[in-house]
Design a protein around this ligand. Structure first.
Ligand code: FES
Ligand SMILES: [Fe+2]
Length: 358
């Protein structure tokens, strides 16, 4: 068990989380990020392999990210900036420079380990595994996305939300806020609100707003032509891809919610596409549009976090708040399943149509 699990652990575990976008570290580079309340050092060996270990030196706790990555005959090692101890990507201590020859003989330094995390790199993302048992191997395959052809990241943006993970996920799955929080002429306004019916179905550890024609009041969708369908899925812990497809052309927007710590959450938006219409739009314009959306949501959840700090009751109404209820049930059921060994129960059992105005 990690220290974090021994404390009041608010995070869902035994799941793959978003770590970083792979292009953030080139071979021989490392970067520190906080994930689930832990300081993680993401690194890439000189031959290109991603790894993750604690950023806290097992000797006397200085941050390893202030040190350097050293290329040695046996592979890349992370060298601590304080006393030069070196660690292999598997966390094992490889060198303690202050030891004399006879001290080195009398001490098995391979028993000293920096904590490591399983990682997997796919779709341009380095995913990181957080288990309830920090020593146990992942019990799930890394996330899969339904991206046809090459899955090169075309654009990536991030935004910090000053709220816990649940508030951030719920804001993403909440259709009723869109005409208000994202009230802008080029998207939607309360005036264009009308009744909608969307059918949802279960997927593994989540649910899907099944493929449908996008809303007629969404100007952006019109840009992609008339023959398109869109599907939005939500999978634990906070993976929310939106697949827009027109024949073999696609625009895939993957929004990922990741807890930095109990009070801060990062939203990453990653775009993949092969649709020619998108390639004509200047990238700065797409980025600006994406960022406006995230800032609007971020301002809303910041304000909500102030309200929530007074511990008020919350209401979930039919049908627009049902996805939020499903998410909370998924979360509860996953925790129970992993901690008590009961079967995992998906709250969405069969295709269900929800109706609301937005
Ligand atoms: S604190 Fe890292 S080597 Fe001493
Ligand atoms: Fe939003």
């Amino acid at each position: 068990m990690t220290n974090a699990t021994a404390k009041d652990d608010v995070f869902l575990r035994d799941l793959w989380y978003f770590g970083i976008v792979g292009s953030e570290i080139k071979p021989g580079q490392m970067i520190q990020k906080e994930r689930l309340g832990e300081l993680v050092l993401f690194g890439r060996t000189h031959d290109g392999q991603a790894f993750a270990m604690t950023d806290i030196c097992p000797h006397r706790a200085i941050l390893l990210s202030g040190g350097e990555m050293v290329k040695t005959e046996t592979g890349t090692q992370v060298q601590c900036p304080y006393h030069g101890w070196r660690f292999r990507p598997d966390g094992q201590c490889a060198n303690i420079p202050s030891l004399t020859a006879d001290q080195t003989e009398g001490m098995d330094i391979s028993k000293i380990k920096a904590r490591t995390y399983p990682v997997h790199e796919s779709y341009g993302v380095i995913w990181i595994w957080f288990g309830y048992d920090a020593e146990a191997a992942p019990c799930l395959d890394p996330p899969t996305l339904d991206i046809p052809g090459d899955s090169k990241i075309r654009m990536h943006d991030e935004c910090d939300f000053n709220c816990d993970m649940d508030a951030a996920v719920i804001s993403l799955m909440d259709p009723a806020h869109i005409p208000y929080i994202h009230n802008q002429s080029w998207w939607r306004t309360p005036k264009t609100m009308h009744e909608k019916a969307k059918t949802f179905g279960p997927i593994e550890r989540g649910f899907s707003m099944l493929p449908h024609k996008p809303s007629s009041n969404s100007f952006i969708y019109k840009l992609f032509g008339t023959d398109i369908t869109t599907e939005i899925t939500l999978e634990l812990p906070g993976l929310r891809p939106e697949y827009m497809k027109a024949g073999d052309k696609h625009v895939t927007t993957v929004t990922i919610v990741t807890p930095v710590n109990a009070a801060k959450t990062i939203i990453s938006v990653i775009l993949y596409w092969n649709h020619p219409a998108v390639s004509f739009v200047p990238k700065w314009l797409i980025r600006r549009g994406m960022h406006i959306f995230m800032e609007q949501d971020s301002a809303a959840v910041d304000s909500q976090a102030i309200g929530m700090s007074y511990d008020p009751p919350q209401m979930f109404i039919h049908d627009s708040d049902i996805p939020a209820k499903w998410y909370l049930a998924l979360r509860r059921n996953w925790e129970k399943h992993r901690k008590e060994g009961t079967d995992f129960v998906n709250p969405v059992k069969k295709p269900t149509t929800l109706r609301w105005r937005s």
